[in-house]
Design a protein around this ligand. Sequence first.
Ligand SMILES: [Zn+2]
Length: 302
Amino acid sequence: MINTVLGKISKEKLGHTRIHEHILWAWTDNVRIKFDRKTVVSIILPHLKELKSIGCDTLVEATPNGAGRDVSVLKELSEKANLNIITNCGVWDGLDYNGAYIPQSIRKKSSHEIAEEWIDEYEKGIDKSGIKPGIIKIGLGDNDVISDFQRVFLKAAIITSKYSGLPILSHICSSKSAIEIVEIVESENLELDKIIWSHADFAFDDITIIELAKRGIWIELSWHTGQAEEYNWYIKTINRMRDLDLLDQLLVSQDAGGFHEGKIVSYRDFYTRFIQECVKNNISNEVVDRLLISNPSNALDN
Ligand SMILES: [Zn+2]
């Protein structure tokens, strides 16, 4: 079963799933002064309705606490757009934001203390709402460096995943860090199929992708899928994974949406560009359905 913001559903009910998108990214305290809840809902809702109308049934909202997560808004949007939305527990410390999205309250905590908070959200719900996370979302290891605090919350994610069975959606824009993170997860005895390497396409490094997929992690292509100039690398990598019998570990999404001062990155390009290119290049509908339906449901089930 899988937690959505409207309650638990079976993996068969997820349908066509976008495994890594955003709705409220960057809707942080200073932005909330300018855009209140009602305005936010009115800006975002048409985008979600459009997404639903082009065939999406489920959206995984990968915005953690501190970066804009607000489960009561997600609940309202899920009801109004008739779209399953999955939220998360976790923390994001990616790119060059220098920890801007890390909540103050966890900065000095140990792995066990942080895990305790996340497990509490899993057991009782987030912000007293009763809404429970369906994934653990973390962001770390960019620029080839995993900081001390990132190691602390990686361990918290591992503890939470072991307890709950939730998968860890890990934003990692570095092959070097991805390899190191896989080693840490292995040394902590968490099954590698609980780790999703988000944005594995960041550096177009198919050698590391194949190497880590062979070890058992999920590969998520979601960094350039909406706006790549051409998609040859994607077609080649998908075909290569199929030939190596690794296609059951492949996920695709767009990392779109967000709330950038009211500007939303449309979810549409993923279909009009990426998926269309796949189909044009003879990636069969059966494979597309695996990437968008059965693989996400297997990755999320717990
Ligand atoms: Zn993201």
